[in-house]
Ligand binder design. Structure first.
Ligand code: SF4
Ligand code: FES
Length: 372
């Protein structure tokens, strides 16, 4: 049986791989999903190391690679890595801040076979966008980069993370994405892992702001049907049911850190006691099938009540393990975003208390990390 066929028959195939090529980034967004302990340039995988990851991913059955960071354009070998992904048959999506991207690089990426670009935008208001990014001129630069992306005929997704500083402009973000030529816009309410957790009070919107923003987006989905796809990542501090985080733990996705640690989810290192394997010591297929971290919460056998007997257990897989650990101290607990969780009220209490207080200053994510 081939590697791919044996995986399909036992535990399923991963669909996507998120390659955190580097944690280096010129921006300093306070909700960055990277871990608070960033990995340095000196430990990053080499070009050959990443090529091996991509070759093994293709062999394992992965279809899409998301080239992310930090800022992936900080890697000088980005074009060579894209070329390699195309050679082994992987669909490539570049997730970029646009900062450090040149028109020449866009052309080279097109020639190398890049399939899609996702550009992050912090706000539709320039001054606010630059403040959130911690980088003067970021907003203007992103407009220019979006123009180059469209001129090179790439399909474009605009990604916007929403929080108390920009939530009133959710609809404007959709309009901005349309004006930039995006075919898809992701309106993602902040997920409180990585840098967003220590910044939670500065980022948390109120329930009424959140509900108004969600209603507005639902209306725009209908108005712009056929013109732009609007994806909404739910604000789970105000939810009734949790999201199916990662589409289920170790079910569809693999995350590789700059140094080659292979994770079931980008935030899984926040869960203490998990053992992660590295691509430097193991084949990717072995990690997918046998790594203790991947097997810890795979499937449904690990679940306790109320998830164990719930008819949604194969729909949302008990929600998010990282959120359960962060708020309940037990990664096998029901995500408190679920109304059936005994700790559900805790989320509402936190959201009310933090959104009702002064936002305070951001702890910017810097490389190397510093507070600002
Ligand atoms: Fe999902 Fe568990 Fe809540 Fe059921 S009890 S809806 S499986 S999180
Ligand atoms: Fe890790 Fe949800 S962010 S499982």
């Amino acid at each position: 049986m081939t590697d791919t066929a044996s995986s399909r028959s036992s535990i399923g195939l991963p669909i996507g791989l998120l390659a955190e090529l580097t944690h280096r980034c010129p921006l300093a967004c306070p909700y960055c999903s990277n871990p608070v302990a960033l990995e340095g340039r000196d430990v990053e995988l080499s070009t050959e190391g990443w090529k091996r990851v991509f070759s093994e991913a293709a062999k394992l059955g992965v279809l899409q690679v998301h080239l992310s960071g930090g800022e992936p354009a900080a890697r000088r070998d980005l074009v060579a890595l894209v070329e390699h992904c195309a050679k082994v048959g992987l669909y490539t999506n570049l997730i970029t801040s646009g900062i450090g991207v040149t028109e020449k690089l866009i052309g080279e990426l097109a020639e190398a076979g890049l399939d899609h670009i996702q550009l992050s935008i912090q706000d539709s208001d320039a001054a606010s966008a630059d403040k959130i990014a911690g980088y003067k001129g970021a907003f203007q630069k992103k407009q220019t980069v979006a123009g180059w992306i469209k001129a090179a005929d790439f399909p474009l997704t605009v990604n916007a993370v929403m929080h108390r500083a920009n939530i009133a402009r959710s609809a404007d973000m959709v309009e901005l994405a349309i004006s930039l030529g995006a075919s898809r816009v992701e309106i993602a309410h902040t997920q409180y892992y990585g840098w967003a957790l220590p910044n939670r009070a500065a980022l948390m919107p109120s329930r009424s702001e959140t509900e108004a923003a969600v209603a507005e987006i639902e209306e725009l989905r209908i108005r712009y049907l056929g013109q732009i796809v609007i994806d909404l990542v739910i604000p789970d501090y105000h939810a009734t049911y949790p999201k199916a985080c990662m589409g289920g733990w170790a079910k569809q996705f693999i995350n590789v850190t700059p140094s080659g640690k292979v994770l079931p989810c980008h935030a899984s290192e926040t869960i203490s006691g998990l053992e992660f394997w590295s691509i430097k010591d193991h084949a990717l297929g072995d990690i997918w099938r046998a790594s203790p971290a991947f097997n810890a919460y795979r499937g449904t056998d690990w679940m306790a009540e109320p998830c164990r007997s719930c008819d949604r257990r194969e729909i949302d897989f008990g929600g998010c393990r990282c959120q359960a650990f962060a708020l309940v101290g037990d990664a096998s607990a029901t995500d408190p975003a679920c109304h059936k969780s005994p700790q559900h009220d805790l989320m509402g209490d936190i959201a009310r208390a933090e959104s009702g207080g002064e936002p305070g200053s951001y702890i910017y994510r810097r490389f190397p990390p510093i507070s600002a």
